[in-house]
Write a protein that binds this ligand. Structure first.
Ligand SMILES: Cc1cc2nc3c(=O)[nH]c(=O)nc-3n(C[C@H](O)[C@H](O)[C@H](O)COP(=O)(O)O)c2cc1C
Length: 553
C-alpha cells in the first residue's frame, strides 16, 4: 500500500534544510556522476579521512545518482558526512559556534523541551506496508543503503539509524544510533550493545523478553540534526532523547505516531522503518566494520521484521561513515563527549584546576585514551582527583588517562611523549586501577576479556623546570617574516615552535640573554669574571654556591 499526505512545516531544521546550510557554507560536495553504493560510495568518502586532508577541509558528500552492483538506479540521493564530517559541519547542524557546543549541550540536558505531536507528517507522505515490502526492489531493497566496508561487510547497513524503542514499564522512549544490516526486503538485523554502558534499547528488549512479547521498534533514517546528535550520546535512562533534542533545537521536536507500532518519531524525518523485534530468536549478524576500527565478526543479534516503511515524497538517505577513526562516527561523539567529561570533572567534582579534556581520536576511537589539561601549579591531589574522575565517569571510557599541562597539545603525539619523558616519573606518577570493563573493542585480540585495567599518569610538571630551548617567540616571528620573504617552502608550525619559561628562570638570566642579543656579550663576560670561584667541581650549579633561593626570579 502507498499513500500521499500533505506536508507540515516546523521551526526545527530538518536534514534537507541543514544540507542547504552546509552548501551555503561551502561544506558540501555534490557528486552528480553515477556512484555504486555497494563498492564505490563509502570508499570515496573514506579518502577524506585517510588522504591527509585536515579536519577543517572536510565536507559532506551528496550523491545524486546512486546505483548498485545489480545495475539498478535509485531515485533517492545519499548523503554521507552531513552530520559530522568535521566539527564545523556539526556546529552548523547544532546551530551554535564550535566553542559554545559544550555549554549548549549542558543547557539542553538541564532543560529538555517536550516534543509536540502533529497529525500530518512529512515522513508519512509515502506509506508502504504489506506486499509493498516484499520482493526485489521493494521495501528495504528499494532504499539506497550503502555498504560501508566493501570486501568485509556482509550486507548493506543502515548506519545513521535512530532506533526508537519504548520501556514497557515506564513508557519512556529511547533513541539510540545502532547499526542495522539488511537481511531481506522486509527483515533487518539490529545490533544493540549488551555491555555495561551499552545500548538503552537492549534493556528494553530484556523487558519485552521477560514479558514474552516482541518489541515494537522504529528506525528513523535522516532525522533533524538536533535529534540525530542525541542518538550517539549517553543520556539518563529515564529521559526521552526527543526532549533533549528539543532543548538543543530551542523548540519542540514535531513528532508523529508510527503507522504500525505504538511509537513516536520525528515528523520531519526522511525515512522511517517500523517493525517488531523478535525477543525469542536471534540471527547471525555481521561481519561489519565497527567504530573501534576492526571488523565485527559474526554474532547472534536481534531480528526486526518490517511492518511499514514511511518516507517523504522526495527523501534523502543519510549514511554515517564510521569504522577506523577519525570518522564521522568519532566526530559526532567527540564534540559532545569532551564537554561532558569536562563538566563532570570541573562542575560535579569541583576540580578547579581542570582546563580541558581531549579524547584521542585517530585509530583509538576516543574512549580508550583521554588527556586532561591542567592549570599550572595545580595541587597534586587535585590532579589525581581529576584522573580518578575521568576514569570512572563511564564504564567504557578511560583505559589510559593522562594529565598534562596546558602547553602540551594532546593531538601531537610528539608533545605527549615529550611530557611523559620529562615530566613524569613512572615510579611515582603512575597508578594501575583494576576491574575496568573491557569496553568497545575487537573480540579476541586481548580486548575480549570481560575485565581490563586503567592506567593513570600524572605527566604534569612537578617542579619549576628550565625553559624550552627554542628562540623566544619574537625572534621566531621575525624569522618567519624573513622565511616568507625568501619564498622558502610554506611552513606548518608545530607546537612548540618557540621557547618559553617553565618556571626555573630569573631576571638576571633574562638580562644576560638581552645583552647577548644586543651584541653586548663582552659585558656578560666581564661580569662573570668577577664571580669566579676556586675549589669547586665543574658542573656545580651557580645558585648552590652563591646561595640564591632555588627558584629566585
Ligand atoms: C555511527 C554510530 C553507530 C553506532 N552503532 C552502534 C551499534 O550498532 N550498537 C550500539 O549498541 N551502539 C552503537 N553506537 C553507539 C551508541 O549510539 C551510543 O552508545 C549511544 O549512547 C546509544 O544510545 P542509548 O544510550 O540511548 O542506547 C553507534 C554510534 C554511532 C555514532
Amino acid at each position: 500500500m502507498s499513500s500521499h499526505r500533505p506536508v507540515t512545516v516546523s521551526a526545527v531544521p530538518d536534514l534537507q534544510t541543514h544540507l542547504k546550510a552546509l552548501d551555503d557554507a561551502g561544506l558540501l560536495y555534490r557528486v552528480d556522476r553515477p556512484i555504486n553504493k555497494d563498492t564505490e560510495l563509502h570508499p570515496l568518502v573514506r579518502w577524506q579521512y585517510r588522504g591527509g586532508i585536515p579536519e577543517d577541509a572536510r565536507k559532506a558528500f551528496l550523491f545524486t545518482k546512486v546505483t548498485d552492483s545489480l545495475g539498478r538506479d535509485y531515485g533517492i540521493p545519499v548523503v554521507v558526512g552531513a552530520l559530522a564530517a568535521s566539527q564545523d559541519v556539526y556546529a552548523i547542524g547544532i546551530g551554535v559556534p564550535l566553542e559554545d557546543i559544550g555549554a549548549h549541550w549542558n543547557r539542553a540536558l538541564a532543560a529538555p523541551v517536550e516534543p509536540e505531536e502533529i497529525a500530518h507528517a512529512p515522513c508519512q507522505e509515502v506509506v508502504i506496508t504489506g506486499d509493498g515490502l516484499v520482493g526485489a526492489g521493494r521495501g528495504l531493497d528499494g532504499l539506497p543503503v550503502p555498504i560501508s566496508t566493501p570486501g568485509f561487510d556482509s550486507a548493506p547497513y543502515i548506519t545513521a539509524g535512530m532506533v526508537v524503542t519504548r520501556d514497557p514499564d515506564t513508557g519512556v522512549q529511547n533513541l539510540g544510533t545502532y547499526r542495522a544490516g539488511l537481511k531481506a526486503s522486509n527483515r533487518l538485523a539490529v545490533r544493540m550493545a549488551t555491555r555495561e554502558g551499552g545500548a538503552g534499547g537492549y534493556l528494553h528488549w530484556e523487558k519485552y523478553r521477560a514479558l514474552g512479547e516482541p518489541m515494537p521498534c522504529a528506525i528513523v533514517v535522516g532525522c533533524p540534526p538536533a535529534v540525530a546528535y542525541t542518538g550517539p550520546q549517553k543520556i539518563r535512562r529515564d529521559v526521552d532523547e526527543l526532549g533533549i533534542a528539543g532543548g538543543l533545537a530551542g523548540a519542540p521536536i514535531p513528532v508523529v505516531s508510527c503507522k504500525t507500532v505504538d511509537l513516536r518519531v520525528p515528523a520531519q524525518s526522511e525515512i522511517v522503518i517500523e517493525g517488531m523485534i523478535d525477543t525469542r530468536y536471534l540471527e547471525p549478524e555481521a561481519p561489519f566494520g565497527e567504530s573501534h576500527g576492526h571488523i565485527a565478526l559474526e554474532d547472534f543479534n536481534m531480528v526486526l521484521d518490517v511492518t511499514a516503511i514511511t518516507h517523504k515524497a522526495n527523501p534523502i538517505f543519510c549514511s554515517i561513515i564510521s569504522q577506523v577513526t577519525p570518522s564521522e562516527s568519532s566526530v559526532i561523539k567527540r564534540v559532545a563527549y569532551e564537554p561532558m567529561f569536562l563538566a563532570h570533572i570541573r562542575d560535579h567534582l569541583g576540580v578547579k584546576a581542570i582546563r580541558g579534556v581531549r579524547m584521542h581520536e585517530p585509530l583509538t576511537n576516543l574512549r580508550r585514551v583521554i588527556f586532561l589539561r591542567m592549570a599550572p601549579g595545580a595541587p597534586r591531589t587535585e590532579i589525581w582527583r581529576a584522573l580518578y574522575g575521568a576514569a570512572s565517569l563511564r564504564a567504557d571510557c578511560g583505559k589510559y588517562v593522562i594529565a598534562v599541562n596546558e602547553d602540551i597539545e594532546p593531538d601531537n603525539a610528539d608533545a605527549v611523549f615529550w611530557s611523559l619523558a620529562y615530566r613524569a616519573d613512572p615510579g611515582r606518577d603512575v597508578e594501575v586501577l583494576r576491574h575496568r570493563d573491557a569496553g568497545h573493542g575487537p573480540k579476541g585480540a586481548g580486548g575480549g576479556r570481560p575485565e581490563e585495567s586503567t592506567l593513570l599518569i600524572d605527566a604534569t610538571l612537578k617542579r619549576a623546570t628550565a625553559p624550552l630551548a627554542l628562540p623566544k617567540r619574537e625572534y621566531m616571528e621575525r624569522a618567519r617574516e624573513i622565511w616568507d620573504e625568501l619564498g622558502l617552502p610554506e611552513l606548518a608550525p608545530e607546537s612548540p615552535w618557540h621557547g618559553y619559561s617553565l618556571g626555573d628562570w630569573n631576571d638576571e638570566w633574562d638580562r644576560l640573554a638581552e645583552r647577548a642579543t644586543e651584541g653586548r656579550y663582552l659585558e656578560n663576560g666581564r661580569r662573570s669574571a668577577q664571580r669566579r670561584r676556586a675549589g669547586i667541581k665543574p658542573n656545580t650549579h651557580v645558585r648552590s654556591v652563591e646561595g640564591w633561593d632555588e627558584f629566585d626570579d
